[in-house]
Design a binder for this molecule. Structure first.
Ligand code: 13P
Ligand code: G3H
Ligand code: ZN
Ligand code: ZN
Length: 317
């Protein structure tokens, strides 16, 4: 069942975080639903602009709606990830997305407030919730280099003003992470001091952590052993998720770790089976491995095992 993140965040706040997983295709969708049902967790499906154009936005919608029927127990939000204003309105008016992110964090503060307010007004009129962003991560999506990311940390005082002026339902904050496989140049890690100051000014308000893939070194080593070349890849320590949840993070965004599973499975299989001509055995291995990754993440986030209570909270059997 598709729900907004509002009730999921209310249930999780201060205790655990909900996994927000980017998907683009059939195999990721199947692995995602299997992994969340196996670990009995509510979850958030993240659809980026890149995912909407990978095949077609209607194709991905059809896949997810079919999965919803195949996995009737699942409780999830459908969320536009890193939307611009135009894409947000398309998602809000689609009757499919229950949540959108308006990412205007690269604009100046007043412009970000103005754009976010417009999206909030349109979204709330349709019962859709809004994630906004203040501060900038480094990495593949943001407009700053990874080592500049520190300079773009979220200002706690500005965060309070931003939320009050925009009416957004959750806030993506920059506390040292970056998108992609190469985070933390040097020994940097999550700036819990900044996060604590934001929570102090916005008690009970849902915060979002982008760039939260952990880039498992075992995964990197297997990819490189099978012909890959990921040098210096580094991510977020999964054991920090629980502390982040205590400090108000209710949504943790994970995309790159799923991509690493795909790369490892395909490189290893094709290396071990040079005679392969059928893609289905590889696809089946990927779906199983992706589901395993999702279930593992939910254990680390603390959302594993929470599905029954969420269903009960929603008045479902
Ligand atoms: O923030 C993300 C999606 O919005 C994903 O971050 P990663 O690149 O760390 O997976
Ligand atoms: O950072 C954004 C997400 O990882 C989505 O990435 P993408 O735009 O390559 O689909
Ligand atoms: Zn951004
Ligand atoms: Zn992101």
């Amino acid at each position: 069942m598709i729900v907004t993140t509002k009730k999921l965040f209310e249930a999780a706040y201060g205790k655990y975080a909900i996994g927000a997983y980017n998907i683009n295709n059939l195999e990721q969708a199947m692995g995602l639903f299997r992994g969340n049902i196996e670990s009995q967790a509510p979850f958030i499906i993240q659809i980026s602009k890149g995912a909407r154009s990978y095949t077609h936005k209607s194709m991905l919608e059809a896949i997810i709606r079919a999965a919803d029927v195949l996995f009737p127990e699942a409780i999830f939000a459908v969320h536009l990830d890193h939307g611009d204003e135009e894409t947000c309105y398309d998602a809000i008016n689609s009757g499919f997305y229950s949540s959108v992110m308006i990412d205007a964090s690269h604009e100046d503060f007043e412009t970000n407030v103005a754009i976010t307010r417009r999206v909030v007004e349109a979204a709330h009129a349709k019962g859709v919730v809004v994630e906004a962003e203040l501060g900038q991560l480094g990495g593949v999506e943001e407009h700053v280099a990874v080592d500049e990311a520190g300079a773009k940390l979220t200002d706690p005082d500005k965060a309070k003003e931003f939320v009050e002026r925009t009416g957004c339902d959750s806030l993506a904050v920059a506390i040292g992470t970056s998108h992609g496989a190469y985070k933390f140049s040097g020994a940097q890690t999550l700036r819990f001091d900044v996060l604590a100051e934001i929570q102090k000014r916005l008690p009970g308000f849902p915060l979002v952590l982008h760039g939260a893939s952990s880039i498992p070194q075992e995964e990197v080593e297997r990819i490189n052993a099978a012909g890959g070349n990921l040098k210096g890849a580094k991510g977020v320590d999964e054991d920090l998720f629980k502390r982040a949840a205590e400090l108000g993070v209710t949504k943790v965004n994970i995309d790159t770790d799923g991509r690493l599973v795909w790369v490892r499975v395909h490189r290893e299989y094709l290396k071990e089976h040079p005679e392969a001509v059928d893609f289905r055995p590889i696809g089946k291995i990927f779906m199983a491995e992706y589901a395993k990754m999702i279930a593992h993440k939910n254990e680390k986030l603390g959302s594993a095992g929470k599905l029954p209570e969420i269903r009960k909270m929603l008045g479902l059997a």
